[in-house]
Design a protein around this ligand. Sequence first.
Ligand SMILES: [Cu+2]
Length: 124
Amino acid sequence: MKTLTATNKKLALLCAISFLNLSIFAFDGEMNEARNTGDKQNRIEIKDFAFNPQILTVKSGEQITWINRDDEPHTVVSVEKQFKKSTALDTDQEFTITAGAPGTYTYFCSVHPKMTGTIVVVKS
Ligand SMILES: [Cu+2]
């Protein structure tokens, strides 16, 4: 009986330590998130004839940058003309827009119309 109690105490202490550690980690995570929101980079890579990520969620007023990692030229054209279209992007060339009003923006590559992507703009 005595040993059992001692084991229980040890377990309780271990639990308390683990809980404390978890709390510290959670706090760390929040700090990082808060720090990153200011200079958050919304980047879409164009690679192997696809936009990556396919769907990107951003806040109204944030910038979105596409970069072409293919050897082929690609464009970024809004289906409903919600933003200016890009020129034909050469390899490693970038194109940046500022997200406007909240909504769903679909876009495609006018050189390869099967290449499509979506931006979801939420309230800032
Ligand atoms: Cu293309």
